[in-house]
Design a protein around this ligand. Structure first.
Ligand code: AMP
Ligand code: ZN
Length: 134
């Protein structure tokens, strides 16, 4: 059983901020910033790509509700709301979760998008290949 399923089962303690029949939100043990919270479906799925549309459709509204509660509590000035999908992308727990990461002036969380150059032709081909794969 994965570590988050153990949390759902109550086999491992957690700081639960929200719970209903299908979802659970609890403080991330790392607290990369104050209030860093994870939202998970209670039913195990490995990552966002293997989670049902119905579950996904319920989770973003819940994540924003929790973010607003964190904001009220901590005066966060912004949020990163994200999910890592796959080990290569930094996923370390293979039970789908959404990170709700409050942001503060001078906090230590670092997310940066580096730039790469592609030709117009590369981008045109890439774009049409993705479109055709939908
Ligand atoms: P990711 O790297 O996206 O898979 O994120 C997994 C997150 O789970 C990390 O931020 C960890 O700090 C967090 N985590 C791991 N174990 C626990 C736990 N027992 N309770 C709370 N958070 C945890
Ligand atoms: Zn699990």
């Amino acid at each position: 059983m994965c570590i988050f399923c153990k949390i759902v089962n109550g086999d491992i303690p957690s700081y639960k901020v929200y719970e209903d029949e299908n979802f659970l939100a609890f403080l991330d043990i790392s607290q990369t910033t104050k209030g860093h919270t994870l939202l998970i479906p209670k039913n195990h799925s490995d990552n966002v790509l293997s989670t049902s549309e119905n579950t996904l459709s319920l989770m973003l509204p819940l994540a924003t509700k929790i973010a607003l509660a964190i904001q009220k509590t901590t005066n966060a000035q912004g949020f990163n709301i994200l999910t890592n999908c796959g080990e290569i992308a930094g996923q370390s727990v293979m039970h789908f979760h959404i990170h709700i990461i409050p942001r503060y002036q001078n906090d230590t969380f670092n997310i940066s998008f580096t730039s790469n150059s592609f030709t117009k032709e590369d981008l045109t081909t890439l774009c049409s290949n993705i479109k055709e794969s939908l």
